[in-house]
Ligand binder design. Structure first.
Ligand code: AMP
Length: 595
């Protein structure tokens, strides 16, 4: 498929307001990309994704499957530079940034340049020759774009950033305006044509005539829209049903809503109750493997964050725990908590000192140690458990964790290391006392869970509810900041906070207080790479970082675009474990205000 065709279809989808129509357009796009003669014409090497798979991902602005930790690792400024170079000798990346500040969206900016004059250069600059066989137009194909982006992602080491810019330049150089628009958006993960996960699910079902719920299940276990589209086309429902979880390939985490004990008891009669640990979410994948001839272990262990990022290297304690305890292949869901020397939990901020760390892990481990606690089991010994009720999964979790040394029948749950206890009750007093114990032991409070509910990956459903004891905080996206004055001139401060409102972000206030110089330096380092535009002391930030903020009140106010303002906002910490998409919504703000 030509990239121009993809861009044309993306343009149609972009202009379409009605959801049902969007699904119909995506269905056509997938059918077109998945056409057999199309696949033959543009087939890649064996093992390479097919055009259909690439298109299913591109439509959502993805290059790689959701489970894959590979990233392009290219920042906005490198992308601006590639655009500037392709746009001609008289355009600089500053010009591109200026235009971005004016127009506001990178796709529109890319489309506003005329790259056509330089087409002839494309073949010499890393864009690759046109290998699409009998295609006479000489234009880019979807496969070429993918292959180049794959090469770009793989570039590592010294000079790799220049190489990435060269590769991207080679692509832009061969783009029409419309192609450039969608290339820029794919590269910066800002596709935003209204194609969400549900849209692709429904479109796959319609294009290849398979039921939506089976596509949904296949997506949950595989986390790969491309693969699911291909299997739906080639193998139909049977192929989809045969897809299973794989140890080593992360699954989206099931999420919780805020809720009350009253609601839980009204809806479920009995509720599951667990301690809520104040740490960072982890998903442990462990395969003990077969031990080698000399008894050496062939175990494979990977640990993923709630965003499916591989954090194994940062958490050796979790790997050691898995190797010592688990005797069967398993996927476990839990939390990693920082602990003091006596084993008591430390606040969330401490775990963040360890969570994504890539360097000096051994040294960091001396300062703060962590331990895992598991509350769910998604897979054990070849068996997927997603569809089983919570209580069944928890029993399986217990048996996986009980270890070889203890008698599984008589072992006391409290003595099973790494097991989060699950109570089941309809007695509010018992729930209060579990809550009090949790707080007493230094934890955050309790979670209420529907004992009969299945595990729904990626869902913020009603089946898991979190109950926090203190005033609710808000997780806001940082969308702007100001350079400080005097002593603080090199620090960003006065951070502009926003909440999600559909696909956009709306401001709710600014937070400046409660931040030490040391913290400001750290925040500046974190936010500086995300500066999208600058004017005087003010900077615009692309949405990337989420702050947890406390406040005294939510007031209605014309000052901010949400129509509300946080009164006395206080910085509580960075939610490194959350993406802008996981930040709080305007709806939640309004609900909190109502309380
Ligand atoms: P929040 O991050 O405030 O949305 O709260 C939900 C998070 O609490 C989950 O994503 C987990 O990381 C964490 N958590 C702590 N203890 C539990 C538990 N027992 N069950 C489920 N989630 C838990």
């Amino acid at each position: 498929m030509e990239f121009a065709t993809f861009a044309d279809r993306a343009g149609t989808i972009d202009a379409e307001p009605a959801d049902l129509e969007i699904v119909a357009h995506v269905r056509e796009l997938l059918a077109e990309a998945g056409d057999e003669s199309e696949e033959r014409r543009s087939s890649g090497a064996a093992g390479e994704p097919q055009t259909l798979e690439i298109v299913a991902r591109f439509a959502q602005g993805r290059v790689f499957p959701a489970w894959d930790s590979t990233t392009l690792d290219i920042g906005p400024s490198a992308c601006y530079e590639a655009i500037a170079r392709a746009a001609g000798t008289n355009v600089s990346s500053d010009d591109v940034e200026d235009r971005l500040a004016e127009i506001g969206e990178i796709g529109d900016v890319a489309a506003s340049y005329d790259f056509g004059g330089q087409q002839g250069l494309g073949a010499f600059t890393g864009g690759g020759a046109d290998d699409s066989g009998g295609d006479s137009s000489g234009g880019l194909t979807v496969r070429e774009v993918y292959d180049t982006l794959e090469e770009l992602a793989a570039a590592e080491g010294s000079g790799s950033q220049d190489r990435k810019v060269d590769l991207l330049f080679g692509l832009f150089n061969r783009c029409s305006s419309e192609e450039a628009r969608y290339l820029a958006r794919i590269v910066l993960s800002e596709m935003r044509i209204g194609v969400g996960e549900g849209t692709v699910r429904d479109a796959i079902a319609a294009a290849f005539n398979v039921p939506e719920d089976r596509v949904e299940r296949a997506l949950q276990v595989s986390n790969d829209y491309g693969q699911v589209a291909r299997i739906a086309r080639d193998e139909g429902v049977d192929g989809l049903d045969a897809l299973d979880l794989a140890v080593g390939r992360p699954v989206q985490a099931m999420l919780a809503q805020a809720g009350t004990v009253t609601e839980a008891l009204e809806e479920w009669e009995e509720t599951g109750v667990e301690w809520k640990y104040d740490g960072a979410r982890i998903q442990l994948h462990h395969d003990p493997g077969d031990s080698g001839p000399a008894g050496e272990s062939a175990a494979e262990t990977r640990v993923f964050s709630r965003n499916m990022e591989d954090v194994t290297e940062a958490l050796p304690e979790v790997v050691e725990f898995a190797e010592e305890t688990l005797e069967e292949p398993a996927i476990l869901d839990g939390e990693v908590v920082a602990i003091d020397e006596g084993g008591s939990p430390l606040p969330f901020q401490e775990v963040l000192k360890r969570f994504r760390r890539k360097h000096d892990v051994a040294k960091a481990r001396e300062d703060v140690s962590v331990r895992p606690v598991f509350f769910d089991c998604l897979h054990a010994d070849g068996e997927d458990l997603l569809a089983d009720p919570l209580t069944v999964r928890h029993d399986r979790l217990r048996s996986v964790l009980v270890g070889a040394d203890s008698d599984p029948e008589s072992a006391d749950d409290e003595d099973i290391e790494g097991l989060s206890l699950l109570w089941r009750t309809d007695d509010p007093d018992e729930i209060e006392s579990i809550d009090a114990d949790a707080l007493e032991a230094g934890h955050e409070g309790i979670m209420l869970k529907d004992p009969d509910s299945a595990y729904s990956p990626g869902r913020r459903g009603k089946h898991w509810r979190k109950r926090k004891p203190d005033v609710e905080t808000l997780d806001c996206v940082v969308t702007g900041a100001e350079w400080g004055e005097g002593r603080r001139a090199t620090f960003l401060g006065t951070f502009e906070l926003s909440v999600r409102a559909g696909d956009t972000l709306e401001t709710v206030g600014k937070v400046a207080t409660g931040i030490t110089d040391e913290k400001l330096a750290e925040l500046t380092e974190l936010l500086e790479p995300h500066i999208a535009a600058e004017e005087g002391q003010e900077v615009d930030l692309e949405p990337a970082v989420v702050f947890e903020v406390g406040y005294e009140e939510i007031q209605s106010s014309p000052t901010y675009s949400s129509g509300y303002a946080l009164r006395f906002p206080r910085f509580q910490g960075v939610r490194h474990d959350k993406d802008p998409d996981d930040a709080d919504s305007l709806e939640r703000l309004e609900r909190l205000r109502g309380h």
